[in-house]
Design a protein around this ligand. Structure first.
Ligand SMILES: O=C(O)CCC(=O)C(=O)O
Length: 265
């Protein structure tokens, strides 16, 4: 076990599906900020823009840029990301899945709705973790919100398109409706964040984030990692992010040339 992660962190991650780790990436913030500035000026073809007419700012999200942005690649391959993921998911090895960038301009009125990440992905398994890393201080009110314990549902939550709320896949019966998070007595985990802190959560943990209503921009990177039991799962349509040429069969470990093993115990 690394020194940065305690037994209590692991217990909380297992029970709640989410834990905050303080200051564990302090040494990487300047590097990731340089990468993010390049990224904002050079989004990929997959970048999505969300905008509400009544607000000035926009919200951009983008996926899978770690191989072309040197600072992200350095972080993925050389930071303790993989060892932290191994500790939290009790895995012997960790594959890197993808990075996801959330850039919310000042006063951009678009929130990230309640959702569960797993059903958007071409994988299944219990040993998963995302590291949500703001690159500037974040007040609690504009930080990530996670519904504690929501990773334990056996059925996945129906994924929807964030722009029109329509079901992502035609196969609707395979999924359950989003519970009424605010009325179903979930404990909501939400923390004020300083750069270098990270919120680690399971791919099945239901989460959301309020719109950026504060003065400055909000730049957040989420890094997604796969532990020992994670396998390829074909979905009944395009996934997000989409890997149309992945050419894999259900039950296989993800291909190493696209999703490298970044940590072995
Ligand atoms: O920062 C946000 O707005 C949402 C983050 C999120 O949904 C994620 O990292 O999976």
């Amino acid at each position: 076990m690394t020194e940065a992660i305690t037994r209590t962190d692991i217990k909380n991650f297992n029970n709640d599906g989410v834990v905050v780790l303080r200051g564990v990436f302090n040494d990487w913030i300047e590097i990731l900020r340089r990468g993010a500035e390049f990224h904002i000026n050079n989004p990929s073809e997959s970048a999505l823009i969300h905008k509400q007419d009544s607000y000035q700012g926009q919200f951009m999200e983008d996926f899978c840029n770690w191989q072309r942005i040197a600072e992200y690649k350095d972080f993925v391959l050389n930071s303790p990301l993989g060892s932290f993921a191994a500790d939290l998911t009790d895995s012997k090895s960790i594959q890197f899945f993808h990075d996801h960038f959330f850039y919310k301009e000042a006063s951009s009125g678009v929130a990230t709705p309640w959702h569960q990440d797993m059903p958007y992905y071409c994988v299944e398994g219990l040993q998963t973790v995302s590291f949500w890393m703001p690159l500037e201080s974040r007040e609690q009110s504009v930080s990530l919100k996670c519904a504690a314990g929501s990773h334990s549902y056996s059925k996945e939550i129906r994924p929807t398109s964030w722009s029109n709320n329509e079901s992502f896949y035609e196969d609707n019966e395979a999924f359950m409706d989003m519970p009424n998070i605010d009325n179903d007595n979930f404990e909501i985990k939400q923390w004020a964040i300083e750069p270098g802190d990270v919120v680690a959560f399971n791919f099945k943990t239901i989460h959301s984030a309020n719109a950026n209503t504060v003065g400055g921009v909000s730049r957040t990177l989420s890094f997604r990692l796969l532990g020992d039991d994670v396998r390829y799962r074909k979905r009944p349509g395009r996934t997000s992010p989409n890997f149309p040429d992945i050419n894999q069969k259900n039950g296989e470990r993800l291909r190493e040339d696209w999703f490298p093993t970044i940590w072995r115990n």
